[in-house]
Design a binder for this molecule. Sequence first.
Ligand SMILES: Cc1cc2nc3c(=O)[nH]c(=O)nc-3n(C[C@H](O)[C@H](O)[C@H](O)COP(=O)(O)OP(=O)(O)OC[C@H]3O[C@@H](n4cnc5c(N)ncnc54)[C@H](O)[C@@H]3O)c2cc1C
Length: 408
Amino acid sequence: MTAPRRVAVVGAGLAAVSTCDALRAQGYDGELVVYSGERGLPYDRPPLSKDVLLGKARRDDVLLRPEQWYDEQRVDLRDGAPVRAVRPYEGGIELGDGSVAVADRVVLATGGTPRALPVPGGDDPAVHLLRTWEDAERLRERLLPGARVAVLGAGLIGAETAAVACALGCRVTLVDPVPVPLAAVVGDDIARALHLQHTAEGIEVITAGVERVERRSAEILVHLAGYDGVVAADTVVAGIGIRPATELAEDAGVRVDNGIVVQAGQRTSHPNVLAVGDVARRDGHRVRHEHWEAAQRDGQAAALGILGRPEPDAGAPWFWSDRHGSRLEAVGTMADAERTVRRGAPDGGALTVFGLCGDRVVAAAAVDRARDVKVARRLVDRRVVVDAERLADESVDLRVLLRSGGAT
Ligand SMILES: Cc1cc2nc3c(=O)[nH]c(=O)nc-3n(C[C@H](O)[C@H](O)[C@H](O)COP(=O)(O)OP(=O)(O)OC[C@H]3O[C@@H](n4cnc5c(N)ncnc54)[C@H](O)[C@@H]3O)c2cc1C
C-alpha cells in the first residue's frame, strides 16, 4: 500500500495530536493538516476538572504539545477552522467558508459534546457544562468560598467537579438518581466507598432525579423528582455524559452506531475515512472508551492503519480519576465480570476489586493502589488463570500470580 500524500485530521484534541505524532514517528513524510474547531493550541482535558478549576494550572500548563512541535513535525494546525462536511467520494473536506481541501485520508477526531439535562430549563446557559477550556474558566470564576454549588450527575466529571468545589470552600450538593453511581464501571464496593467520601468531606449527597431547573434572578432552583425539597444554588453544573460528535460521519454516509464504528487500524466503513478518540467505537465493543489513554492509543492505531501496517493488541482499557485527594484507577470492563473478589479493607481503607470471568481477571479497580492496578492490567492482558483466594490474600505478592496464577 502506498502512503497517502495528504492526511486531514478533523478536530484537535488528544486523539488528533496522537495521530499526527504517531504518523511522524512511523516515518510518514506527507502533508498533515489539522482542522480545529477551537481557537489556540490544542490542550489536554483532564486538568480542566482538576488543577484548572482549582486555579493551579494556566492554559500554557495544559498544552498537549509546545508551539514549536507543530513546526518541527510539519503539522499544519488550522485553529478556528471548523469542518462543515466530509466528502470522501470527492476526496476531501469542506470548510466553514465553503472552500474544499483535498485529502487522501480523513481522520475524524471530533470528540463529543456534553449532554444537556433533558428536563425543562436543563439547557439554560446558567447550567454549566465542562468540556472546554472556556467552560472551565467560566466555572472557575463561580467557585467562590461559601457559594452554593449544585452538581447534577455523580459520574467521573461530576464527582471531580464536586470535590474541587468542596476543596475551594463552596457549599456543595451532589445529585444523582442512582444510589451508588459508577458501580457498573468499578464494582459496587469501590463505587460505594467513593460515593461515601463525598459525604465525609461535607458534601450533601442526594439520590434523586432532576425534574426541572428554574432560574430566579441570582439564584437557580433545582426541582427534584421523588424528593421532598428543592435545591437552591448560586451555580449549577451538569455532568451527565457526552454525545459523540458524529454528525460529519453521518452526513458522509459513514456507519455510525453509538459512535463512529471502527475496525482494526481505526478504519470506518469508508476506506478513506478513519475515526479516533471519544467519537469512535470499536466494532464488537459495547461501549465507547471515553478516556485519555484510549484516545492516545487510537491515534497510534490510526497511524498504523493509514500506513497499512498491522496494529499491536491495544490491551484492556484503563482510566484514572482524582477526587478528594484520592486516585481511582480502573482497568478492563467490569460489566463483563461474573463475580468480584476483594483485596483489602472495604470500609474506607485501601481496596482493590477484581472482576473475574471463570478463573480469569477481566477487570480491576482500586483507590490509591496503583501497583495493584498495574499488575491487574497484566493479568487481564495475558489472560492469566488465577486462584481467587490468593488474589484476595494481602500477604500474597500480586506479581507472583502473573506466573500461571502463582500456583504453589
Ligand atoms: C473535564 C474532563 C476531565 C477528564 N478527566 C479524565 C481523567 O481524569 N482520566 C481519563 O482517563 N480521561 C479523562 N477525560 C477524558 C479525556 O480527556 C478524553 O477521553 C479525551 O480528551 C478525548 O480526546 P478526543 O481527541 O477524542 O476528543 P476531544 O478532546 O473532545 O477533541 C475533539 C475536538 O474536535 C473538535 N471538533 C469537533 N467537531 C469539529 C469540526 N466539525 N471541525 C473541527 N473541529 C471539530 C472539538 O472542538 C474538539 O476540540 C476527561 C475529559 C474531560 C472533558
